[in-house]
Design a protein around this ligand. Structure first.
Ligand SMILES: [Zn+2]
Length: 267
């Protein structure tokens, strides 16, 4: 199957190719636990979570910088963006402030001025992967735009300690896979930048180089998890249920009571 913008997100493409978001759906990141049962239901088209308003702010900013027709398409497919008087609802006003802040910065704009939404495929750990890059500068750098809560605030992870937002949300995994797939297609190993902007009252912007040492660590974590993901996706192993995600709650079937201590054992 040859991928293009029209079939990139289809069920068939998701079955044939692994993507970073699909991988994280199975294996999780520090910030969001994976759930194999939910990942399989996603693949079958049986489960999808409506994006939160906070997530829509990021999608709006993404669509704006994709340019072309995607921004117009975004507006027509999200009539809920507008108030009854025709004005933008508050979260989208915030999104516009973020956009204006980014546009005031020449370096950030330069980083975002590469080829938009470039699709490539490659083979990593014996399976085909697909990637779609926000801003690709051939021979120079791969840039991904992220609209985040905070750039500097650390996130607490049990047994690990405090983590930056990049490793917390598995964006280092994204960089590792993107770098490898671009390398397979071009023979060039490019640096990976996150162009980040925050939703804070005064948006903070930063372009962060996720150095290769972190990409190698991320790739090692994929190496550790990928066999299990492959076995579940191919149907060789039954998917495990996390019992705490929306899909697991929605499909839970009760058979008998649980003990008092069991209700908090997952926390
Ligand atoms: Zn689950």
């Amino acid at each position: 199957m040859k991928l293009n913008p029209d079939n990139y997100y289809t069920e068939a493409a998701n079955y044939e190719y692994m993507s970073v978001s699909q991988y994280k759906d199975f294996a999780g990141s520090y910030g969001r636990r994976g759930c194999e049962a939910r990942a399989m239901a996603n693949l079958r088209g049986e489960w999808s979570e409506a994006p939160s308003l906070a997530m829509m702010v990021g999608s709006y900013v993404d669509a704006y910088f994709e340019s072309g027709t995607s921004f117009g398409t975004f507006q027509t497919s999200h009539p809920d963006m507008f108030r009854q008087d025709g004005g933008l609802r508050a979260p989208y006003e915030r999104a516009n402030e973020i956009i204006r802040r980014i546009e005031r910065d020449d370096f950030m704009m330069q980083c975002l001025s590469g080829e938009k939404q470039v699709i490539m495929t490659g083979e990593v750990f014996g399976i085909p992967w697909k990637i779609k890059m926000d801003s690709y500068h051939p021979g120079k750098v791969i840039v991904d735009l992220k609209v985040v809560e905070s750039i500097r605030k650390l996130k607490w992870v049990k047994d690990i300690g405090y983590l930056d937002f990049i490793r917390y949300w598995g964006y280092d995994v994204q960089g590792a896979i993107y770098q490898e797939v671009v390398y397979q297609n071009t023979g060039k190993k490019l640096p990976f930048y996150i162009a980040a902007a925050t939703k804070e009252p005064v948006p903070e912007i930063q372009v962060i180089h996720v150095q290769d040492i972190f990409l190698r660590q991320a790739m090692a974590s994929v190496a550790y998890n990928i066999n299990r993901v492959k076995e579940v996706k191919s149907g060789k192993e039954p998917p495990g249920r996390c019992e705490i995600c929306g899909y697991c709650l929605d499909t839970r079937v009760l058979h008998c009571p649980v003990g008092l201590l069991d209700i908090t054992s997952e926390v």
